[in-house]
Design a protein around this ligand. Sequence first.
Ligand code: ZN
Length: 216
Amino acid sequence: MTISHFASDDLLLRYAAGRLSAAPSLVMACHLSMSEESRGRLDVLESLGGALLEEQPLATIAPDLFDRTLARLQDAAPTVALPRYDHQRLGMGVDLPEPLRRCAIDRWRWMGPGMHFARIEMPEDPAVNLVLLRIGAGRTMPEHGHSGQELTLVLKGSFHDESGRYGVGDIAEEDDDTDHQPVVDDSGECICLASINGPMRPHGWIARMIQPLIGL
Ligand code: ZN
């Protein structure tokens, strides 16, 4: 696995600061599990943030704050074991990143010739579509824009669009300023994990007709 498209510093900082909602956070957690470089960059950014905090004047805190915090943690509900899925029934032929194995994934649904998607349950983030996209070899996605942030992480195969070529572990960041038309490479199908904030904005009339049916 040779990763060439890493998470941007802006994205890493928002992830580290807890400013991403649950769905894009999951995409980031999966990317970080696949990319040593992005993990290293995140460490650097967190160290810089820590150094900046150390330069701030010290605040006065209650002397028993630490003991009270520990007591509250001990009173908290016992940790619930998270479920773990193997997702064999989806027949993807790849090992999924560990964070994705903690999620329930619905069945494949048709979204166009040679194209399917499967919804990933993320009830705590209802404004974002979190999906697996499965696009056949050589297929061209409809050209589209976005009404918010779109993060796409390649899990299998590869695709290219106006901004480059993306293989396994690569992450693509799109926002509401960008249009693109991903094309899957001829060598095999491509499976991606995507968090899509708000509806996509397809340009072609066929895709515009289909969009309300698939709800992406
Ligand atoms: Zn897109």
